[in-house]
Design a protein around this ligand. Structure first.
Ligand code: BGC
Length: 885
């Protein structure tokens, strides 16, 4: 028996985070089935005296276990766990894992500092100090406005980028904690900082004025406190104070949208070392910015997670030199160069080539997305640090003889653990799946953004909620969304108003109406975290926000319970005749009211879980009233929906808002509409993710596969066949004649339509959470094979370990394999198994139920083989139109 993967608040050895009542998780590898007891011990660093001892607790809890403890600020704790299983086995104590609290609200000795006059380039700041003994522990606490990078004696502190992160700086500011114990030497030491613009003070946000003030402020600022404890027990603090000096550095300018300008001739190689003569540096000014907004960090670290080489260097028809990295990604290019001093180099970033094969970047809109570099003498290496780009292609200007080996793309995003993998027999579907993963990687840079390249990159709430389940199957997103939802709640108005994107920008009027499907992120994302990760704490934390949002919708709807007003509808649907219509043909009130119902139901379930039974009942009543209103307004007594769109049918089916007796007719109409449309996708953000699940769940499996595997224009695989390496924003981002969609809104890395990956995991492979025992403590395994694929499967690192399900069809015989991790269980439904003989299954327990065979699977590995009755697996789509004629 072995304990692996110990986490606190779903992070590995976190440091400096807001960690009140931390949640402890561990995964056990064991031959047994269930954990029967656990024992957790927690001790502070440098102490053998326990801070907490749970004793032996008879419980199967192993995920997000909370003890109601309140660790002290600024302390590292070590914890270990041992467990017992149902076979009489017990484990040894695990290795120790750690967590370290942030400094919390401890008073600051440091003050904000910055340049004493408007700098012409980004500032470097430094402070020399002496140490007087052997350092036992040293921590650096920092916040910067906008971005900062810290150095101690020439070493960069930490491996993170874009600190202190992206949040509503006018409401709270994040403090990072770094362990710098190992970075000192005796005598004189130097602490250095480089500051950049970032989200705080750079050009950012829709309609951001390139020359205007930053959204949150205009001043570069640094606040830091280096806290040293010596072996002899004495302590020392080195703070941001009037003893620091500053000068202008090599970064001439930076902007999230526009990139970085850098003059290597201005580099001061020893600026962060004692040897640097800083007599010409200026004293810093102390800034009156206050410390009341400072809080322990919540953002996950943003790191370089992969490096990609150049695939080819092109000379385009226009005669330009363009690097092709073969993958649309987010990050930057690190390059090595040797040109004469003063040579100007330009790297411009683009996602696609134009129909002629030339470099294209018009879809970046006003974002310059470029690196402008002035060489110094000799060989030099450079990568930007205060901007990022969404790109596959890079146009080079000024390079004499660029060689592929001199360029490396560095992929950056928030550090999350990859947990899900899917594969199947159709390479194009596998590529589609990979594209959805890249979509997440590109758009999870501290905030879930709509797109990572143009002058937008905002945390649009609608996009975020649509993609949340998919994202939470690809990666462990629990800590990531905790921070996003914290932002959301902080920016929500008292009347429940939720910004259209989070963080919202201070320079946009706050009375811009939120709308359904976007504001519903307030309820849907916390619920997703609960269902996929069993995270009850997020429901506790977000309950007021969830309730305020539903109350807001109710107030907007009034007694009619029909939610209308300004809405984005089925955003970007192509089902009207007007190519400039963004909202689609489905009535806006229909979309909004469905979401209103969905949120009211989520809220009612949440209230029940939190023991708020009165509110649970009240919101359930509200949910029923909204359903009645939907019927009164949009559905005839016989079940026909007034809107003729695919989205209307799919949304009502998928959200289970149609009466049982009306579901079959809705599916029938939906399949007819799909056929009429030649199985081409024209639904928008709201309708698209509903289509395949609605079909598969309601007896129309072959239609779901048909849609998934369609290659005509527009379809998911059309994009793949056109070489897409991420998911496009619009179905017509590239048309069949090669022409590109409207430049005013055409991203090639928008994750919303990538939500199809949820269908791949949950329906094609069949792995689904069971919300009655969330976080896959109990899972559903309901694979839905179809003969258009030969095999498919997925594995998922759940909070209990690896859960997998795969199937293979050979000579009309089906093999289903699955694995259930220790301390969880699954209920398996074998497709098309009614009335057929099954081989295998080991000690799976068959349930006595009519229809397809059902099994309860305790932890273990299973295999079944049989000749399916073929009711769904070999069913073909019908040609209904022919029949009708
Ligand atoms: C974004 C979308 C977003 C939408 C809503 C667009 O500009 O890119 O993804 O949801 O605006 O208005």
């Amino acid at each position: 028996m072995q304990i692996v993967s110990m986490r606190v608040n779903q992070m590995e050895n976190p440091i400096g985070f807001s960690l009140r009542d931390p949640a402890f998780s561990w995964i056990v590898q064991s031959e047994g089935r269930k954990q029967t007891a656990f024992h957790v011990q927690i001790r502070p660093q440098y102490s053998s005296k326990l801070f907490f001892d749970s004793g032996k607790v008879f419980s199967d809890l192993s995920h997000r276990v909370r003890f109601g403890i309140c660790p002290e600020p600024g302390v590292r704790y070590y914890w270990r766990v041992r467990v017992w299983d149902d076979q009489g086995g017990d484990s040894d104590w695990s290795q120790e894992a750690s967590f370290e609290t942030g400094r919390g609200k401890a008073p600051w000795k440091a003050g904000w500092i910055g340049p004493d006059q408007e700098p012409e380039a980004h500032p470097l700041l430094r402070r020399v100090f002496e140490i007087s003994g052997t350092v036992k522990i040293a921590r650096l606490y920092v916040c910067g406005l906008g971005l900062y990078e810290m150095y101690l004696n020439g070493s960069r502190i930490g491996e993170e980028y874009f600190t202190p992160g992206y949040n509503a700086y006018d409401l709270w500011q994040q403090v990072q904690t770094y362990d710098v114990t190992e970075l000192f030497h005796s005598g004189k030491n130097v602490l250095g900082a480089m500051l950049g613009n970032g989200w705080y003070k750079g050009r950012f946000a829709l309609d951001g004025d390139p020359d205007g003030p930053g959204i949150y402020g205009n001043q570069f600022a640094l606040l830091c406190e280096l806290s040293i404890e010596y072996l002899d027990g004495t302590r020392q603090k080195v703070c941001s104070d009037g003893l620091w000096r500053w000068t202008e550095g090599p970064v001439l300018d930076s902007s999230i949208y526009d990139g970085e300008r850098y003059d290597a001739r201005r580099e001061k190689p020893d600026w962060m070392l004692d040897s640097c003569d800083d007599s010409s540096w200026r004293p810093v000014a102390s800034l009156d910015l206050g410390v009341s907004l400072l809080e322990d960090r919540r953002s996950l670290p943003v790191k370089i997670t992969q490096e990609l080489p150049v695939q080819r260097i092109l000379t385009t028809p226009a005669g330009e030199t363009v690097l092709d990295f073969g993958q649309n990604l987010v990050g930057w290019v690190r390059f090595r160069v040797r040109e004469s001093a003063g040579t100007e180099l330009l790297l411009e970033h683009g996602e696609v080539l134009d129909p002629q094969g030339n470099f294209y970047r018009e879809n970046m809109r006003s974002a310059k997305t470029r690196v402008h570099y002035f060489c110094r003498e000799g060989e030099q290496q450079y990568a930007p640090r205060f901007s990022f780009f969404g790109f596959r292609y890079v146009r080079l200007t000024g390079f004499t003889d660029p060689r592929p080996e001199d360029f490396t793309a560095q992929v950056i995003h928030s550090e999350m653990e990859r947990i899900g993998r899917f594969h199947c027999s159709e390479p194009a579907v596998d590529r589609l799946y990979e594209n959805t993963v890249w979509g997440q990687r590109g758009n999870f840079l501290d905030v879930p953004t709509d797109c990572p390249q143009r002058d937008e990159r905002l945390g649009w709430t609608g996009d975020a909620q649509i993609f949340a389940p998919t994202a939470s199957l690809h990666y462990d997103t629990d800590a990531f969304y905790h921070k996003y939802l914290y932002d959301l709640a902080r920016e929500q108005e008292k009347n429940g108003w939720v910004p259209m994107y989070v963080p919202f920008c201070r320079n946009i009027p706050r009375d811009v109406a939120p709308c359904a499907a976007w504001g519903d992120a307030a309820t849907i994302i916390p619920w997703t975290m609960y269902v996929y990760y069993g995270d009850l704490s997020i429901l506790e934390e977000q309950y007021d926000s969830m309730k305020a949002w539903v109350d807001y919708e109710a107030a907007q709807a009034g007694p009619s319970r029909i939610y209308g007003g300004l809405q984005l509808g089925d955003w970007l649907a192509q089902d009207t005749n007007d190519p400039d219509n963004f909202y689609g043909a489905t009535p806006l009130e229909l979309v909004a009211t469905c979401y209103f119902a969905h949120s009211a139901r989520i809220l009612s379930k949440t209230a029940r879980l939190l023991g708020k039974s009165q509110e649970a009942k009240a919101y359930h009543r509200l949910f029923q009233e909204i359903c009645d209103a939907l019927y009164r307004e949009f559905i005839t007594p016989s079940g026909r929906i007034v809107s003729g769109t695919q989205t209307a049918e799919a949304l009502l089916l998928n959200m289970r808002l149609l009466k049982k007796e009306h579901q079959a007719a809705a599916v029938e109409r939906l399949t007819l509409k799909l056929e009429e449309n030649g199985y081409r996708l024209t639904t928008g953000f709201v309708g698209t993710p509903c289509l395949c699940p609605a079909l598969a769940e309601n007896g129309a499996l072959p239609y779901a596969y048909h849609l998934l595997l369609e290659e005509g224009y527009p379809s998911w695989l059309y994009e793949v066949n056109r070489g897409a390496t991420t998911v496009w924003e619009r179905w017509n981002s590239i048309r069949p004649d090669g022409s590109l969609g409207a430049v005013n809104m055409n991203s090639f890395n928008h994750y919303a339509y990538g939500a199809i990956a949820q269908f791949l995991y949950e329906t094609v492979a069949g792995i689904r959470p069971d919300e009655r025992e969330p976080g896959f403590h109990r899972a559903w395994l309901i694979p839905r094979p179809h003969c258009r694929l030969r095999y498919a499967g997925a594995d998922l690192q759940t909070p209990y370990g690896e859960l997998s399900c795969s199937w293979e069809l050979r000579d009309r015989e089906l093999t289903v394999r699955c694995r259930v991790p220790f301390n969880s269980q699954a209920r398996l439904i074998l497709p098309d198994s009614e009335g057929v003989e099954l081989v295998g299954g080991g000690d799976a327990r068959r349930l006595d139920a009519p229809g397809d065979a059902r099994f309860d699977l305790p932890a273990g590995a299973y295999q079944f083989r049989y000749r399916p009755n073929g009711k769904t697996i070999f069913q073909e789509v019908e040609q209904k139109l022919v029949r009708l004629i």
